[in-house]
Design a protein around this ligand. Structure first.
Ligand code: SAM
Length: 236
């Protein structure tokens, strides 16, 4: 008798985390899934090759990014429903975390299709693990709005939050971000600024906001940043 899976191929959407800078951080399971999936949904097919070539993976690739996410989600869910093994990756880290992914996962879940995570790097959790800030609870808020007024409002809204806050920030705005933070939360707030995690110029500063700003200003602010803010009464 034929097995059920031979009659009805069982599709799956693998949500695959990839390194945030150091290619050595790719997991053995991520490699296996990328080598065996029939379709890979990725933000940029050219940069995906930097990940795929060294591991000898060559799946069929389709584009899935913030500009086509809504329509592409349906098409990807159709492939999973037809029995394909589809993997989704983002440019770096965990898909759906300040990256495309949420819509296709929601669509697959709505249709009762199988979604399987392949965990790995996420900049927020990587920074928290090495920050020295309380990690028993945290609120991840990703990128704030680019305008200073919106940032200040967000800081005011969360300044009494009782767990660690985690933000992402770009190289262009990091100094303004920290200046606005200083204005709202004051010089003694304990923060961690984690730059270029897992990369050659990784730097992680934890301390009073005023001291961390002073250290940051003596260095290059090029690169990718995670900013963590400890609860109000926390001291090192
Ligand atoms: N999906 C990713 C994750 O799981 O962390 C996040 C993608 S988001 C588009 C990119 C932002 O994540 C960067 O602007 C930066 O704030 C943060 N980030 C990513 N890689 C980083 C790294 N190596 N060091 C510090 N921050 C990083």
């Amino acid at each position: 008798m034929a097995s059920l899976s031979a009659v009805t191929p069982v599709g799956v959407l693998h949500v695959v985390a990839t390194p945030i800078g150091n290619l050595g951080d790719i997991s053995a399971r991520a490699v296996e899934v990328l080598k065996t999936c029939s379709v890979l949904a990725c933000e940029d097919t050219r940069s995906a090759r930097h990940l795929l070539d060294p591991i000898g993976a060559s799946p069929r690739m389709i584009a899935y990014h913030e500009h086509n996410e809504a329509e592409a989600a349906n098409g990807i869910a159709d492939l999973v429903a037809a029995g394909e093994s589809v993997a989704i990756i983002s440019e770096a880290g965990t898909p759906a975390i300040s990256d495309p992914g949420f819509r296709v996962v929601r669509e697959c879940r709505k249709r009762g299709l199988r979604v399987s995570p392949v965990p790995g790097a996420c900049a927020a959790v990587t920074a928290l693990s090495a920050s020295g800030l309380p990690s028993d609870g945290f609120l991840y808020l990703g990128f704030l709005q680019p305008k200073s007024s919106a940032r200040v409002r967000a800081f005011q809204q969360y300044q009494d939050f009782e767990y660690t806050l985690i933000f992402y920030e770009s190289t262009h705005r990091i100094e303004k971000f920290l200046d606005d933070l200083l204005e709202v939360m004051g010089p003694d707030r304990v923060v961690c600024v984690a730059r270029e995690l897992t990369k050659l110029y990784e730097t992680i500063f934890t301390g009073r906001l005023v001291d961390v700003i002073a250290q940051i200003k003596t260095r290059s602010t090029k690169g990718e940043f995670v900013v963590l803010i400890a609860k109000k009464d926390f001291t090192l």
